[in-house]
Design a protein around this ligand. Sequence first.
Ligand code: GUE
Length: 287
Amino acid sequence: MTAKIIDGKAIAQKLRERLKREVDDLKEKGITPGLAVILVGEDPASLTYVRNKRKACREIGIRSFLFSLPETVSEGELVRKIEELNGDEQVHGILVQLPLPSHVNPANILPRIHPMKDVDGFHPLNAGKLMAGEKTFIPCTPLGISVLLKEIGCRVEGKHAVVVGRSNIVGKPAGQLLLNMNATVTYCHSKTADLQKFTSMADILIVACGKPNLIGAGHVKEGAVVIDVGINRDESGRLTGDVNFEEVKEKAGFITPVPGGVGPMTITMLLSNTIQAAKQIHRLPWP
Ligand SMILES: Nc1nc(=O)c2c([nH]1)NC[C@@H]1CN(c3ccc(C(=O)N[C@@H](CCC(=O)O)C(=O)O)cc3)C=[N+]21
């Protein structure tokens, strides 16, 4: 089987046009959605991501506010900035770009974001709500994956979803979201014995572990939907995922490329969550 390639960039573009109309409607009501981004230090990858996020905001009319803090910032100073933004009426969403420097513990920072402005869905209250299957902000990458599955007409109910990776920002919430959608979910990770045994049972395989080419054709069931969340840079600076694309595309039913798969959807869901935050703060209905 030769897989259909899931064009995340095109799907993201289509959704952004819809989101732009939502922003226009809000502006007519006198509300301009605003996203505050806190960037600590000057990690080149983070600088690129933040630039891309702000550009995406600008394109659909969301206001973005950038706060660049030095690498040496203290936890106290970061928390003070967050508290100031919690009280800022122009700001509906707050994002603290990860990773943070090693002297800053994210567990001391992320819970200080007001849960109603937590557009990343990383606040423990929102993570708990996702676990309980309640309405909440869902982390952008898992949410983007669920939208991709819907776009390709993949019905999740009753399917076996295997998630490789257990990070708090992708693997764990992706598995919980799929469970809420009535998938049977298996989590695999770096300590899993016989990874291939599990991945080859997957109807839906989500790979988010940061190991280039971890998943080859032998790991994949014929016709499976393969979602590659990996972002790795090779020696020449080229982006690759965690899946051996050339090999797996001959066997899977659907596959996301890197770049142009999950990444653009992640940013689109950040835009969507920011719009939802603005609606929620202004007590407008949101889905
Ligand atoms: N608080 C926080 N929230 C995040 O959501 C968050 C974060 N921190 N830290 C870093 C990761 C990574 N992430 C990506 C977003 C978009 C692309 C993306 O658009 N990628 C493009 C390629 C971009 C390029 O060429 O570098 C693509 O796959 O086509 C990738 C990665 C969000 N993250």
